[in-house]
Each structure stands twice: as structure tokens, then as C-alpha cells.
Design a binder for this molecule. Structure first.
Ligand SMILES: Cc1cc2nc3c(=O)[nH]c(=O)nc-3n(C[C@H](O)[C@H](O)[C@H](O)COP(=O)(O)O)c2cc1C
Length: 167
């Protein structure tokens, strides 16, 4: 989604690499509302750009630890940022404890003064989405080039438009 957005609004991308790459440890730190040291693939990102767009997934209804650190870095350098989530929660469960609005609430509590536009891209919008495929044993659905749908594109272009307008 980050790459597609970058293409739409002609901006650069940089990956956020947490120093620990284990999902269980990152999940635990996220539940404890801790941040974790991260390395950005573009070191000069925060110095070179006026506005940042952060994109990452929801895990366990939490603001994940690497995003928490990235937010802290933006705030420390006085940068405003746009914020988007990828998630499996849909419009109908967005307000639940695992929904994207829950994470937006946490975001507002840590950085409301620095947040610009927000968006959520749900895996329920992929092509041929089937809720029956969501069993505990099944792998989480991921957004891929093959299942990228018109509905996701619409959401992405809406976010891109709002970002452009906010400049
Ligand atoms: C450990 C774990 C916990 C998750 N918890 C949530 C959740 O609480 N709410 C939600 O909407 N999606 C949740 N998801 C779904 C992810 O947000 C979704 O798979 C992800 O955004 C897809 O992005 P990715 O392809 O970069 O992993 C979870 C996924 C994992 C792996």
C-alpha cells in the first residue's frame, strides 16, 4: 500500500526496520505499549522531508511498537505526519477492540497535535474476499498485487486526495 501511495502522490518510501524482527516479541511490546528501536532505510528521511506518511498493520488492536517509535521520531523532529493502517477489521467492526478506530484512538492519545490525515485499508476489501476463509488455523489474508481491488484503490486515492489537499 505504501508503494502504491508513493506512486500516486510521487513521494519516496522508506522501510521501518525494528531491531527485533520476531512477531511474538513485537506483539508483546505492542501490547505493553512500548516502543522499540528502529532503523529507517533512508537515514535522512526526517531531515529531508516536511511531511511524513506512516503506514503499518494493526496487531491485537494495538498501535504496533515500531510505529510507536516512528511516531516518537516524527514528534521529536517536529514533523507532522499522515497515518494509515492495514488491517483485517472491516467498516462494521472498526469501533471494536480490534478495529482500526481503536488504534486511531491510541494514536490521538500519543500524537493528536501531529497527526494530519488518517486512513485504514482492510484486507476484507481484497478481490474475492471470503469471510469463511478466516479460521483460526488459516493464514491471515494479505494485500497483494493479485488481489488488489477497485475498492482498495478507491480508498487509496481518497487518502491521496486528502493528503494533497492538506498541503
Ligand atoms: C499477530 C497479528 C495480529 C493481528 N491483529 C489484528 C487486529 O487486532 N485487528 C485487525 O484489524 N487486524 C489484525 N491483524 C491483521 C493485520 O493487520 C493484517 O494482516 C495486516 O494489516 C496485513 O498487512 P501485512 O500484509 O503488511 O501483514 C493481525 C495480524 C497479525 C499477524
Amino acid at each position: 500500500m505504501a508503494e502504491k501511495l508513493a506512486k500516486a502522490i510521487h513521494c519516496n518510501t522508506s522501510e521501518i526496520h525494528p531491531v527485533v524482527n520476531s512477531i511474538p516479541i513485537l506483539f508483546l511490546l505492542s501490547l505493553l505499549r512500548c516502543s522499540i528501536p528502529v532503523r529507517l532505510s533512508d537515514n535522512a528521511l526526517l531531515e529531508n522531508y516536511d511531511e511524513i506518511i506512516l503506514i503499518g498493520p494493526i496487531w491485537g488492536g494495538q498501535l504496533i511498537a515500531p510505529l510507536r517509535t516512528a511516531i516518537r521520531k516524527c514528534k521529536k523532529s517536529g514533523k507532522k505526519f499522515h497515518f494509515a493502517l492495514t488491517c483485517e477489521s472491516s467498516e462494521s467492526d472498526k469501533d471494536g477492540p480490534y478495529g482500526y478506530n481503536h488504534v486511531f484512538g491510541i494514536l490521538d492519545s500519543v500524537a493528536s497535535d501531529a497527526v494530519l490525515e488518517k486512513a485504514a485499508f482492510s484486507t476484507t476489501l481484497v478481490k474475492n474476499y471470503s469471510p469463511e476463509g478466516r479460521t483460526i488455523q488459516s493464514e491471515k489474508i494479505r494485500i497483494t498485487e493479485e488481489n488488489y481491488s477497485e475498492a482498495l484503490k478507491e480508498k487509496l486515492m481518497d487518502f491521496a486526495g486528502r493528503i494533497a489537499k492538506s498541503d
